[in-house]
Design a protein around this ligand. Structure first.
Ligand SMILES: [Zn+2]
Length: 125
């Protein structure tokens, strides 16, 4: 995290606010592992929230949908572990500086956006 601070100092910039979109692991897992993509045209689906008309088949081009390797449960759990170890400590740092704003990310995207705007609104310049 000092690396980021040094880089910003060099650029004569600083972190004014840190936004933390908080999503429970179980929700993250469901979102990521449910993702399916089309290897042919790149369309993205979700088995629960945005399924194709025919299971496993791309609406746009008819190709068979695939789950990207890094969307698999094992990989996602590993990514979460790495996140907790390396990135989560930043939350404590920014919190101690009073610049951390948290928004509940376990809601619909529109609602997350609204909450982030509210969180940003509380930033004093
Ligand atoms: Zn396609």
């Amino acid at each position: 995290m000092e690396l980021l601070e040094d880089l910003l100092a060099e650029l004569n910039r600083r972190v004014d606010v840190a936004l933390y979109i908080n999503v429970p692991d179980v929700e993250l897992l469901a979102r990521i592992t449910g993702r399916r993509s089309c290897p042919s045209c790149g369309a993205v689906y979700h088995v629960a929230t945005q399924p194709p008309r025919t299971e496993g088949v791309c609406d746009a081009c008819g190709a068979a949908l695939v789950q990207r390797e890094d969307d698999g449960e094992k990989v996602v759990r590993e990514r979460l572990k790495v996140y907790r170890k390396h990135t989560a400590p930043l939350l404590k740092l920014y919190e101690s500086r009073g610049i951390l704003r948290e928004a509940d990310g376990a809601v619909k995207p529109d609602e997350v956006f609204k909450r982030l705007r509210e969180a940003m609104g509380s930033v004093s310049k």
